[in-house]
Design a protein around this ligand. Structure first.
Ligand SMILES: C[S@@+](CC[C@H](N)C(=O)[O-])C[C@H]1O[C@@H](n2cnc3c(N)ncnc32)[C@H](O)[C@@H]1O
Length: 284
């Protein structure tokens, strides 16, 4: 039998790219999440509503529950529930976030792999739904059902806090917002693609892509098919669900305050910026 002559074939190029080696949840957390900032906002909103420190957090749509982790680290009396449908995302959080906490902190987190619309007996002070997650509900009925469940999952002194985005730039389609996350060789780029917007029903599609220093890409690492809700719609639905009051927190426009942490204040009117982020709050 003839054997293949050695050295005649080129060695297969099989070098893993940076995209192959990257972890999408790790990139997401670095690019999108600021758990310390969220904890500060929840604290501020609750104190302004009830004049005391909130201790029990329920993080709906918690994903890798980074905010729950920061919450329990911030005070020995604080407990947190993280709720998400996706078992593998929760597991990533257990392996990579929960494992970094001290045992006594980790014990104060309870994870529920379930739909956020299910009722649980634990009554939270703050119920958070961050990164526009409730936009997955595309009809008034679905959002109302969610807000009623959120109301029931809150203590009698409780607040729901949700972030919202808007402004004319956010309604563009086929545009990509690019940001460098960490500079240098270990850095990567975060691309937020606004792929689709239908003005008739406000349905929209967004993607998150990551691009690495060797030029490799992790395309469509995350996809979101949402309805683009507006602040007044959300406030009306909160009241309909039983919340006694609502408020909107806007970042204070202070040009002299570049080095300082952002200051968020309750507003009735805000500048018509090309794009903006805010928090909408329901007070029980
Ligand atoms: C946009 S991510 C938000 C992750 C994290 N909260 C953040 O702020 O970055 C949305 C998460 O919601 C979860 N999810 C979607 N629909 C859900 C539902 N009905 N009940 C519970 N979790 C849901 C998904 O599994 C996903 O982890």
């Amino acid at each position: 039998m003839m054997s293949k002559p050695k050295g005649k074939h080129k060695k297969q190029k099989n070098k893993a790219t940076l995209a192959d080696q990257a972890d999408k949840h790790d990139c997401y957390q670095q690019a999108v999440q600021e758990p310390e900032h969220e904890t500060d906002i929840f604290d501020q909103v609750y104190r302004e509503a009830y004049n005391r420190k909130p201790l029990k957090l329920r993080e709906d749509f918690c994903g890798t529950f980074a905010v729950c982790c920061t919450w329990v680290e911030s005070d020995a009396k604080r407990t947190a529930w993280g709720v998400d449908l996706c078992g593998s995302t929760l597991q990533w959080g257990r392996d990579n976030n929960l494992s970094k906490l001290k045992d006594k902190e980790a014990k104060r987190i309870t994870l529920l792999e379930q739909d956020v619309r299910e009722l649980n007996t634990a009554q939270a002070d703050v119920l958070a739904a961050q990164n526009f997650s409730f936009w997955i509900f595309k009809t008034r009925e679905e959002v109302l059902k969610y807000f009623k469940a959120a109301y029931a999952n809150l203590a009698s002194d409780g607040v729901i806090v949700m972030d919202m985005m808007g402004g004319r730039d956010c309604y563009d389609s086929d545009i990509v917002d690019k940001r460098t996350i960490v500079k240098g060789k270990s850095g990567f780029k975060y691309h937020w693609e606004q792929a689709y917007f239908n003005p008739v029903n406000s349905h929209c599609t967004f993607y998150i892509h990551f691009k690495f220093a060797d030029g490799s890409k992790m395309k469509k690492a995350f996809q979101y098919d949402w309805r683009f809700w507006t602040i007044p719609e959300v406030r009306e639905l909160l009241l309909e669900a039983g919340f006694k009051d609502t408020a909107v927190y806007w970042e204070e426009d202070d040009d002299d305050n570049d080095d300082e942490d952002a200051v968020w204040i309750k507003v009735d009117e805000a500048p018509n910026d090309y794009s903006w982020l805010c928090y909408v709050v329901g007070i029980k």
